[in-house]
Design a protein. Structure first.
Length: 256
C-alpha cells in the first residue's frame, strides 16, 4: 500500500489516545480462545481526528464464547468498532476487495501462532489475474460509459443520465489505475485520495482531473467539454494498458 495518509485534521494527541484505548480494550479479552487481534483503520494509517473511530478485528476459535456483546463501544468519547469473527470461517470465506483493501493497512497486535499473519498473506494480496482484469475492464468500461453511453442518453433526451454515466465511467478509470499500479481498489470513501498519490498516472493528473470534475451546468456543451478532457487522459493511458496486458484495445473489448 503506497498511500500516505497525511490528513490535515489529524491530532497527534488524539492518535496517541486512540492507540492507548485500543491496546487497553483488547488486553482484557486476550485468552486461549483468541487466535489473533488486528488493528485497522485510522490508528494504523497514522492519523486520528474527531470523525475517526478505532477499528479492531478479533479472531476467535470456532464455538468459543467471548464476552463481547456489542459491535460499537464508546470509550473516553471515542467510538470503538469491533469486528468479531471465527478464525476457521475466515479461512474458507471469500474476502471481497473492500475487506482486502482494509486489511492491506493493518497492524497485527496479537498472533501467538502466526495464524493471522498467514491468513492475511493468503487473503489480501492482489492476484495477477485480478490486476489484469482491473486494467482491461477499466480501460474498456470507462471509454464505454464516458464516450458512448453519454451520447446515448443525449439522444434519448436525458442530460442528467448522460452526466451520471460520465461519473460512473470515472470509477472504472480508477479501477484501471489501481490495477496498473498493482494496488487493491480502495474503499469508495478513500478512492480518489489514494488514486492521486499513485506513481503511474496521466501527466498532471490532479490538475486535469480537477477540470473534469468542474460542472458549470447540466448541458450537452458542458458534457462535451468534460468528455474531451477525459478522453485525452484515456488515450494517454491506452498504450500503457495495452502493453501491460499484451492485447490491443480492440481485443480487450471483445472479452469485456
Amino acid at each position: 500500500m503506497s498511500t500516505n495518509f497525511s490528513i490535515q485534521s489529524s491530532d497527534p494527541g488524539l492518535l496517541e489516545k486512540a492507540n492507548r484505548i485500543a491496546k487497553e480494550f483488547v488486553q482484557s479479552y486476550i485468552c486461549d480462545d483468541i487466535v489473533g487481534v488486528v488493528f485497522l483503520g485510522a490508528i494504523v494509517r497514522g492519523y486520528f481526528d474527531h470523525s475517526a473511530d478505532i477499528d479492531i478485528a478479533i479472531f476467535k476459535k470456532k464455538g468459543s464464547q467471548i464476552p463481547i456483546t456489542q459491535k460499537f463501544y464508546t470509550i473516553e468519547d471515542i467510538e470503538v468498532q469491533i469486528w468479531l469473527s471465527d478464525y476457521e470461517s475466515e479461512l474458507s470465506d471469500p474476502w471481497d476487495m473492500a475487506k482486502r483493501w482494509t486489511y492491506s493497512q493493518s497492524l497485527i497486535y496479537f498472533d501467538p501462532e502466526e495464524k493471522i499473519s498467514q491468513l492475511l498473506k493468503e487473503k489480501v494480496p492482489l492476484k495477477p489475474e485480478e490486476r489484469k482484469w482491473l486494467m482491461m475492464s477499466g480501460l474498456s468500461l470507462s471509454e464505454w460509459y464516458i464516450d458512448r453511453l453519454t451520447q446515448l442518453w443525449i439522444e434519448r433526451g436525458n442530460i442528467i443520465s448522460a452526466h451520471h454515466m460520465f461519473n460512473q465511467g470515472l470509477n472504472y478509470f480508477f479501477d484501471m489505475l489501481f490495477g496498473l499500479n498493482n494496488e487493491l481498489v480502495a474503499d469508495m470513501k478513500w478512492r480518489y485520495y489514494c488514486v492521486e498519490q499513485m506513481e503511474q498516472l496521466p501527466h498532471h493528473f490532479k490538475e486535469r482531473f480537477k477540470e473534469i470534475m468542474i460542472l458549470h451546468s447540466l448541458t450537452e456543451e458542458e458534457l462535451n467539454r468534460r468528455k474531451s478532457a477525459f478522453m485525452e487522459m484515456w488515450r494517454e493511458m491506452q498504450p500503457m494498458i495495452e502493453a501491460e496486458v499484451k492485447m490491443t484495445f480492440e481485443e480487450i473489448v471483445q472479452l469485456i
